[in-house]
Design a protein. Structure first.
Length: 254
């Protein structure tokens, strides 16, 4: 069994149809994370949702296009999001630990060494759940890309994870580019045919798509980490994966 997982949570997974933060869903994720930790699996979360939470707090119906407005949403939404995580983890006597990163940080040897050391220490203490997001308040180009998929892959390599799990609103990579067809259970190589199956972004509140998930799988593979893309609203999906159930699409790129 993999002992250190990085789990990426998409904004579409963490919000309701009306665009507000789905507190019940975050509670279900927290319950599963606690279950994984009881099994001896160390967990790092890479969580989207700050902009969506900020949109709710600022009474915005549509995702702003202006970079400053997006940054304001993220700044307002990040503590809102962390407070929800905190309340649910407290039920399990766990504490969330926020870390905000940009690719500039990951390009710095000093910053990556410090981040790795901090994360290792938190995980060793067994009662903290690192929750990582992009530092959207200053990284405006990252807000436009909406690239927590790739960030999660860099984090997986940074912490020496055994597995990267990307949870979103899809069952995995499908045999048709529009997201229909049959689920592909395993991918050993990402070639042009596989890339051709990647669809676009899902909605105004979920700016990620299968393209960035494939890129994340490639980045993680460079660090020796397998990736699973699975549907985050499937009941107990994380616990089922830990039990060896064949869910989603597993990328074992060797």
């Amino acid at each position: 069994m993999a002992k250190r997982w990085v789990i990426k949570l998409g904004s579409g997974l963490l919000t309701r149809k009306d665009g507000k933060v789905d507190r019940a869903q975050i509670g279900r994720i927290a319950d599963q994370v606690a279950g994984l930790m009881r099994k001896g699996i160390e967990v790092v979360l890479v969580s989207s949702g700050a902009v969506a939470a900020g949109m709710t707090a600022m009474n915005l119906e549509k995702r702003p296009k202006d970079a400053r407005e997006l940054q304001a949403c993220a700044t307002v939404g990040q503590p809102e999001l962390m407070s929800v995580y905190g309340r649910h983890f407290a039920r399990h006597k766990l504490l969330g630990a926020q870390m905000l990163l940009t690719y500039w940080d990951l390009d710095s040897r000093v910053c990556t060494r410090n981040a790795r050391g901090t994360l290792d220490l938190l995980l060793q203490r067994k009662r903290f759940v690192p929750i990582i997001n992009e530092n959207d308040a200053i990284a405006d180009e990252e807000i436009r890309v909406g690239d927590n998929d790739r960030l999660s892959a860099h984090v997986a390599a940074l912490v020496g994870a055994d597995l990267l799990v990307i949870l979103s609103g899809v069952d995995g990579l499908m045999t048709k580019s529009d997201g229909t067809g049959d689920r592909i259970p395993k991918v050993a190589k990402i070639d042009d045919a596989i890339r051709g199956l990647a669809g676009g972004a899902g909605s105004e509140r979920n700016v990620g798509g299968m393209v960035t998930k494939l890129q994340a799988a490639e980045i993680a593979a460079e660090g020796g980490v397998d990736t699973v893309i699975a549907h985050g609203r499937k009941p107990n999906v994380l616990l089922q994966l830990a039990a060896g159930k064949k869910l989603g699409t597993r990328f074992s790129l060797r």
